[in-house]
Design a protein around this ligand. Sequence first.
Ligand code: UNU
Ligand code: FES
Ligand code: FE
Length: 440
Amino acid sequence: MKDVTKLILEDGAVQDRRIYWDQDIYEQELEQIFARAWLFLAHESQLPKPGDFLTTRMGEDNVIVARQPDGSIKAFINSCPHRGNVVCHADSGNARSFTCAYHGWAFGLDGDLVTVPLEHDTYYDAIERPRYAMHPVAKVESYKGLVFGTFDASAPSLRDYLGDMAWYMDSFLDVPGGVELLGPPMKSILNCNWKVPVENFIADGYHVGWAHAAALKAIESPLSPLAGNQAYDVNTGLQVATRGGHGFGVIWDAAAAIHPDGALYRDWIAQREPLVREHLGEWRARFYNGHWDASIFPNCSFLYGTNTWKLWLPAGPHNIEVWTWTLVEKDMPEALKQMMVATNMMTFGTAGMLETDDGENMEQCTGSNRGWVTRRGKLYSGMGQVREGTHPELPGIVGKGIVCETSNRGFYRRWAELMSGRSWEEIAREPHYAPNRQVA
Ligand code: UNU
Ligand code: FES
Ligand code: FE
């Protein structure tokens, strides 16, 4: 295993470029991160009934996620234990069983092997069926409707894994009726390393006025003045790195700000905000009406407000698949939900204006490291490091203003911890990054 301590320096502010390019580092990520961490699978609303299933990926492993007759959700690897064929080719559906197209082995909704053609005459009834169940995902748990899975039975509970990020996300998850993800997801491919979009969403308020200048002008909305950094109030909001590598940045009073005609959404927020304040307090009410850019470690990102929800599925060190849903509150009126979907498609859908701005930069940021000498250089995300600290009322490490790289550094500190191969317990016992400074 590679010693990764030299790849991430200065408390996460300096990254070795090889982490975006080298195949051996990527393989170590599949082993130490994607085979251990909790990975986003679905929202429960996608699997309302017993037999409902969808297929997705955990790292590069194909999995089936299925609602069981008892209402629980299970997941298992979508590869036949006989000769390895992919068993389920559908994106989603409802099934009583999954039958392999090659020799006809059939598996129950829980992945158990239930039918073996010609079993008596060919295996002489000597096949031990329990040994040939589809490989289970070790743990599947939900947090307020968001379903995650991990291949590591020794991983902490999902609630512990999300840690303080759950406290922040409650601002919009813990509303009456809850949330749902509208799909099916838009799917596209990008020739970039999976960490590049994760860091863009977790921390990059810096690029918004610059890289998206033309798009923000074209989309006439309250965000238009940001174009070209003409009127970008970099001190609005804050940025948070939570323990565990999750984080976000927020622009205050801006949840609806990217929508060209946001009146319907602003009315909705105005009507719901008092409920959030009563239920969760003043801070979370502010977060509820903020626009967030965020990532959940390792590869799930979202922009609350816009309202896009993303999965960056790794496909080798230089490639990803992008899956994009629209996050809405279940109780929103249908017209508002449709507006959310339309804005998401226009901004961060496959052909979305901001998605294409970002995609170009993400591919170039990755591809430049093809250069053997280039690859031996470093990258720098030290913005705001001298100002971040603890906060009297907010958990995690807080950076000042939306244009800041506090959460980017938190992501890379976590990346280095897991990549070291130490156990969850060892990592938890170690002293954490803790700047001796308070931020108001
Ligand atoms: O591109 C983004 N991450 C972004 C766009 C963030 C906030 C508003 C608009
Ligand atoms: Fe930031 Fe070039 S200015 S990548
Ligand atoms: Fe962007």
